[in-house]
Design a protein around this ligand. Structure first.
Ligand SMILES: O=C(CO)[C@H](O)[C@H](O)COP(=O)(O)O
Length: 236
């Protein structure tokens, strides 16, 4: 499944990945189904441990709960220290992609290999302040590279265009199968520039979840069209 699901996410128009961080957790199953009904091609789940980032969210229990109500690809963003302790648990809970942060580990390469060995897509994220050079030797082991466009830890922040430069450089550095993802502050103003820079996956939280579920489909379609338009934005 992961190889197939990675290829599916990469084909066609860029995919908007709703960040469930900002959903209504009192109605998690309904939110997941609403996203599926609205046409989402995958879901992004933010695991925060209160150490790598100040915020604390959830762990594998929620990933397993989401998996129990959907077959959509689950893209798990591990904002945590010592991710190696939990890779097996998250894989067993139903992850299709597990993304670790380069800043959280001494050497991401053994972890990326361990993720792939579990037949899960291996992702590597870097913060806005982390230079691309820091992950250059790990790129051949990545199925996904996530350029953060905000400092991780919270939704609703402003987009940092430094991510666009990284995506543009990554396009020339990674194999064609590798997914390029951007996360943070993606909205109607920034989505087109993300598509133009080469993002296949655009993680979106507040620009979707601040709306009523009846508007999810329209928001996803609007953002997909913008990302696919690849128009340069002059106001970022
Ligand atoms: O990883 C994240 C924060 O660390 C979130 O996925 C991201 O911030 C999404 O929210 P928004 O679209 O509102 O910025």
């Amino acid at each position: 499944m992961p190889r197939e699901c990675l290829a599916k996410l990469r084909s066609g128009t860029p995919a908007i990945m709703p960040s469930m961080l900002l959903c209504d957790f009192a109605n998690l199953g309904a939110e997941v189904r609403a996203m599926e009904d609205a046409g989402a091609r995958g879901l992004h789940l933010d695991v925060m441990d209160g150490q790598f980032v100040d915020n604390f969210t959830y762990g594998m229990t929620i990933v397993r709960a989401v998996r129990s109500v959907t077959n959509l690809p689950l893209d798990i963003h591990l904002m945590m220290v010592e991710p190696e302790k939990y890779l097996g648990d998250f894989a067993d809970a139903g992850a299709d992609i597990l993304t670790i942060h380069t800043e959280a580990v001494e050497d991401p390469k053994p972890l990326l290999k361990a993720i792939r060995e579990r037949n899960v897509g291996a992702g590597l994220a870097l913060n806005p302040t982390t230079p691309l050079e820091q992950i250059a030797d790990a790129l051949p082991l990545c199925d996904l590279v996530l350029a953060m466009s905000v400092h991780p830890g919270a939704g609703g922040q402003s987009f940092n265009p430094v991510a666009l430069e990284k995506l543009s450089s990554l396009k020339d550095q990674v194999a064609k199968e590798v997914l390029l993802e951007v996360d943070g502050g993606v909205n109607n103003t920034t989505a087109a520039a993300c598509g133009l820079a080469g993002a296949h996956l655009l993680v979106v939280g507040s620009a979707i979840f601040r709306h009523d579920p009846s508007e999810y489909r329209a928001k996803l379609e609007e953002l997909t069209q913008l990302a696919a338009s690849k128009l340069a934005a002059s106001n970022l």
